[in-house]
Design a protein around this ligand. Structure first.
Ligand code: GDD
Ligand code: GTP
Length: 409
């Protein structure tokens, strides 16, 4: 039996995702028309003998209620949200709910970060994990040497795939092989986390004996129940024949910023060609708009037949797209209106926003730059014939003159 756990974080995380995470928990932000967390969840469905999926986070329960009940019905696998009273770190969060997780008596636990985008080769990862026979197996990807320091860098034995060395976001280069934030563990992981927590308790007690030392290190110590998977577990267990790696050659990206969500939306849309082709707009029939490349259109959205859409466009519920509109590489959220002959390119248009006739909302298309795309927060109005270029616009603003390379607060 296998139980899957997806770490979703909480309202104090995902700050780089603002202003989009002001309206909705980042894990529920739509990529390719589906909530971010939906992609790993539907990948879990392919794991043999999967009995339960838990989402663990410190958002309010009600934020996930609707999604969790609809996805449970759809997948026919129970999906449940478990709320931490405070952040416990990525390993502490798992440990906090060990009783729930062990209820199903799983032989393996699949654990995923919700903010990674990849093909989630979980059945292959599970097979490899069983072959290695260790306590855990980490999904690994090769990235450019320049970008590796944003992730956990690791070194594995080329023959046995054993994890030999692990450094979380190191200052000096270790390796271009990085931790994808996708793991499989046996239940022994709980003893490893318990061990770290106990060690902390012992150290805290020793410090109480010497109050001078306590003063010195008070700022450096973490609460005993706050345990990070990467620094506190993976790093010390490297080279001890307990952890192994499995490298994926498919796409892999991390989703920390709105720019990256646009890039990941494109990756998931192109994956739909193989996994869920019925979700892609076909553009067939005289009443349909012209569709170019991979496009998702929610069934409730109204798109004028004289609009031209794609590639990499996703249009959410109740959006209205007028005649002569051109949409390229963008995410149009719920209840947006794009009026006649407007252009939207490399941009994310927030809920209930309105874009006027003949206006242009543009980004430069560098998804990793701070102002590489344009983001309109909720209920932003761009008036007719206005150009907005490489801007971040906070909710409820009205733009009636040209703006460029600006954050509009
Ligand atoms: N429930 C819960 N509780 N979730 C948490 C907590 C917590 O206290 N802290 C973090 N998370 C969730 C985040 O929402 C995210 O999904 C995941 O755990 C990892 O977040 P971070 O711990 O902030 O790490 P990171 O995303 O900067 O880096 C990690 O992931 C990379 C891959 O994307 C590291 O493990 C890197 O080594 C790795 O390369
Ligand atoms: P998660 O998305 O859940 O990991 O957290 P977060 O994005 O809310 O993290 P937060 O923005 O609080 O910052 C985490 C770390 O990344 C801190 O050390 C920040 O200084 C750093 N950081 C924040 N914003 C950026 C950014 O735009 N680029 C880079 N490279 N680092 C950043």
């Amino acid at each position: 039996r296998v139980v899957a756990v997806i770490l979703v974080g909480g309202p104090t995380k995902g700050t780089r995702f603002r202003p989009l995470s002001l309206n909705i928990p980042k894990p529920l932000f739509p990529l390719a028309g589906q909530p971010m967390v939906h992609h790993p969840i539907s990948a879990c469905k392919r794991i043999p003998h999967l009995v339960q999926i838990y989402l663990i986070g410190f958002y309010e329960e009600r934020e996930f209620l609707l999604y969790v009940s609809s996805i449970s019905n759809e997948l026919k696998v129970p999906v449940r949200y478990l709320r931490e009273d405070k952040p416990h770190g990525s390993a502490g969060g798992l440990y906090n709910f060990r009783d729930f997780i062990m209820e199903d008596n799983p032989s393996n636990i699949v654990m995923l970060n919700c903010d990674v985008c990849c093909s989630f080769p979980l059945p292959d990862l599970l097979e490899a994990h069983k072959r290695y026979g260790g306590m855990g197996t980490i999904l690994v990807s090769k990235v450019s040497a320049e970008s590796a320091n944003q992730f956990g860098e690791l070194v594995a034995d080329p023959v046995t795939n054993e994890l030999l060395h692990y450094a979380e976001k190191p200052e000096t280069f270790v390796s271009d092989r990085i931790n994808c934030g996708v793991y499989i563990f046996t239940p022994d992981i709980f003893s490893a986390i318990q061990g770290v927590s106990n060690e902390r308790k012992d150290r805290a007690t020793m410090r109480r004996v010497s109050s001078f030392e306590a003063l010195q290190s008070a700022t450096k110590t973490l609460p005993t129940d706050f345990v990070r998977l990467d620094q506190d577990i993976l790093s010390p267990l490297a080279g001890k024949k307990q952890l192994y790696t499995y490298e994926t050659l498919d796409f892999w990206e991390q989703i920390k910023t709105p720019g990256m969500s646009l890039r990941c939306s494109a990756l998931y849309l192109s994956q739909f060609r193989y996994t869920y082709p019925h979700l892609l707009a076909s553009g067939d029939g005289t009443k349909s708009a012209t569709i170019i490349g991979d496009v998702y259109i929610h069934p409730s959205a109204k798109v004028h037949p004289l609009a031209k859409i794609g590639p990499n466009v996703s249009i959410s519920a109740n959006a209205r797209i007028g005649a002569g509109v051109r949409l390229i590489s963008c995410i149009i959220l719920d209840d947006v209106e794009v009026k006649e002959h407007a252009l939207v390119i490399h941009s994310i248009v927030g809920w209930k926003s309105s874009i006027g006739r003949w206006s242009r909302v543009e980004g430069g298309g560098d998804y990793t730059a701070k102002l590489g795309i344009t983001i309109l927060g909720e209920a932003v109005t761009v008036e007719d014939e206005v150009v907005v270029k490489n801007c971040i616009v906070l909710p409820n603003k009205t733009l009636n003159v040209r703006v460029q390379e600006e954050i509009i607060l």
